[in-house]
Design a protein around this ligand. Structure first.
Ligand SMILES: Cc1cc2nc3c(=O)[nH]c(=O)nc-3n(C[C@H](O)[C@H](O)[C@H](O)COP(=O)(O)O)c2cc1C
Length: 382
């Protein structure tokens, strides 16, 4: 092997990082998820009496694109919640039509009504009460009224346990009974759910997903949208309590060496960019099955309905011990993605006026722990 001076400096540098990382790993709790960022997962405080705030404390545990938590609520009218999209939390590059943002609203509404019912409150939800959705107009008005008794949806117990698993899955196939249970559990007017584990088809879907992720990472304006919401290390996670958290002794050590910064993560060929890509690709490589949720039509109400269905699917999967991770890249509506979006529609058999709302991998994985959530008061519209 021939080593140039530059290479040998790199190798020595990498050696120092690895050695230092070894030492850092021995430090218990170094760069761990800060407790404040996940306190929401304990549910509402027992002293909280307002049924709307109690239900909202669960609703904010819903999944959302990039964990942006783009929900804004107005509680100024008694017995009512007005839900808005937080206009400062959109994804204009990768979600130019705000389709995914509206799916995230559906996830929130589903958990809100489940939580209210579990505590004895009926919720009547009127979508788009002020007319077609814009960021200035509400997504929904939710009116609370007393039920004669609490009504507990069996999926409600999964709300604090639901996770999106972003890492590698275990190497075992999807159990047929689990696939069947997920398909049978979906009551989806206007929506359809498909799951495939046939190796040839899985391989073709995986190739499109990988190409979609690589295209997004190689398109600076779309990649930047992700990097802007990556929270690196426990201090940043605690300060933001949103976005995608990366943490732990290895990340801590790379930060000390300036190797894990937003600039580095934006630059192809750096350790930060390569490790991001390798992590994503390892996830796809480990997927034994893929699934998708499609809709007839694609109006705003349909997108909200897709969000309600998506979170119910994730909760049902959680109850079975099945992990799901969405892959949104090859579904996205920006021009550079057009060819892969068409390929994904063809491979999933989604045609005509049907829209692919969610595409995901399914498998088995250890619990990665809860993701960060902002405090309830930060969702209140003043
Ligand atoms: C509409 C929508 C699109 C999403 N797309 C992706 C995606 O492409 N890749 C991914 O890893 N997670 C995706 N997610 C999952 C979020 O990143 C996840 O919900 C968020 O980070 C919070 O984590 P949690 O679900 O474990 O609470 C998506 C979620 C929603 C609702």
């Amino acid at each position: 092997m021939t080593l140039s001076r530059r290479n040998s400096i790199k190798v020595i540098g990498a050696g120092v990082i690895v050695a230092a990382a070894g030492a850092a790993i021995a430090v218990p709790g170094l760069d761990a998820m800060p407790a404040t960022a996940i306190e929401g997962w304990s549910g509402p405080p027992s002293a909280e009496r307002d049924p709307r705030r109690r239900a909202l404390a669960f609703a904010l545990l819903a999944p959302s694109p990039h964990n942006l938590q783009s929900w804004l609520v107005d509680l100024r009218r008694d017995g009512e919640v007005l839900l808005f999209v937080d206009g400062g939390r959109l994804l204009p590059q990768t979600d130019p039509l705000s389709r995914q943002i509206l799916i995230g609203q559906g996830c929130f509404l589903e958990i809100l009504s489940m939580a209210a019912a579990a505590e004895g409150w009926r919720t009547e939800t009127e979508l788009f009460p002020a007319g077609p959705w814009t960021v200035d107009r509400p997504v929904a008005r939710i009116v609370f009224s007393r039920l004669t008794a609490p009504s507990i949806d069996p999926l409600f117990a999964e709300v604090p346990r639901r996770r999106t698993v972003k890492g590698r899955f275990e190497s075992r196939p999807l159990e047929a009974a689990h696939g069947r249970a997920l398909l049978a559990g979906m009551d989806l007017p206007g929506l359809s759910l498909s799951i495939v584990d046939e190796p040839g088809r899985v391989q073709r879907l995986r190739a499109i997903a990988i190409a979609g992720s690589e295209l997004e990472m190689n398109t600076p304006r779309t990649h930047k949208e992700s990097i802007d919401v990556v929270r690196i290390g426990s201090a940043e996670i605690a300060a933001h309590r949103d976005g995608i958290s990366i943490k732990g002794p290895m990340i801590w050590m790379l930060r000390q060496f300036g190797a894990m910064t937003p600039d580095k993560a934006m630059t192809p060929g750096t350790m930060a960019w390569n490790s991001g890509r390798d992590y994503v690709l390892a996830g796809y490589a480990s997927a034994p099955a893929f699934g998708w949720l499609a809709s007839r039509g694609n109006d705003r109400a349909t997108q909200v309905a897709a969000g309600r269905a998506w979170v119910r699917l994730q909760l049902a999967a959680s109850a079975l011990g099945v992990s799901l991770q969405p892959h949104s890249q090859a579904l996205q509506e920006y021009p550079e993605m057009e060819a892969l979006r068409t390929a994904m529609r063809a491979e999933t058999g989604v045609a005509g006026d049907e829209t692919l709302q969610m595409f995901f991998r399914l498998g088995y994985a250890a619990d990665p722990g809860p993701s960060s959530r902002r405090a309830l008061d930060s969702f209140l519209k003043s």
